[in-house]
Design a protein around this ligand. Structure first.
Ligand code: FMN
Length: 190
């Protein structure tokens, strides 16, 4: 059911390092973006990916994980992602791409979870280094990494308390995410 898929699609930060993602699986997730809406049908979001252990090891140190967790950040015990998709803007095609990139990113993470693959969007990373590593042309600007892999933790959503949006760990394998209630999200109805 779609609502169950949306609820299960959390940000996961611990992955089974023995599980790898095939080119076919990753290309299939990216292909979903062909069917997403885009501003003026510009289809200006472009992608790069890495799924070898060697390439993933080069990407991992560029990433900022779990900003609210100040000490002992996940991933733990080598539970690093098995692959990354880099969501990029093609600035030759358009410059207003934030919404389009978000639609593509959420489509990919929903499509991944539908296959039992966990994801975490990572906006905090060194964009110059990512461009260099992938040898991207000047018009292709990295915007968001999506880390992917078989989940090695659970993520639970709880109702927010006292407006505190900070997620926290209950253990190495359990991450808790406070969410505002529907009444807090809904400003008006007419
Ligand atoms: C655009 C965007 C950028 C994000 N960047 C990061 C990031 O750099 N590092 C990280 O650990 N999580 C990142 N996240 C994940 C958020 O922290 C996460 O969505 C939030 O804590 C809520 O958890 P949930 O996705 O399980 O609902 C990002 C999410 C989005 C949508």
């Amino acid at each position: 059911m779609f609502s169950e898929l949306v609820k299960a699609t959390r940000s996961f930060r611990n992955f089974d390092p023995s599980y790898r993602l095939s080119d076919e699986t990753i290309r299939g997730l990216i292909e979903l973006c062909r069917y997403t809406p885009s501003t003026a049908n510009s289809q200006s979001i472009k992608f790069a990916y890495a799924n070898s252990e060697e390439s993933c090891a080069k990407i991992f140190p560029m990433l900022g994980w779990a900003g609210y967790i100040k000490e002992n950040k996940p991933p733990y015990d080598g539970n690093v992602p098995a692959a990354y998709i880099l969501v990029c803007y093609d600035t030759d095609l358009s410059n207003e791409l934030e919404i389009d990139a978000g639609i593509c990113a959420q489509t990919i993470v929903l499509g991944a979870m539908d296959k039992g693959i966990a994801a975490c969007m990572i906006g905090s990373f060194n964009k110059e280094k990512a461009s260099e590593l992938f040898a991207l042309p000047d018009n292709i600007k990295p915007r968001l990494f999506i880390a992917l892999g078989k989940p090695a933790e659970t993520v639970e959503v709880v109702d927010i308390k006292n407006g505190d949006v900070k997620y926290y760990r209950e253990s190495k394998v359990k991450h808790i995410v406070p969410k505002r209630t529907l009444d807090e999200l809904l400003v008006k109805s007419m």
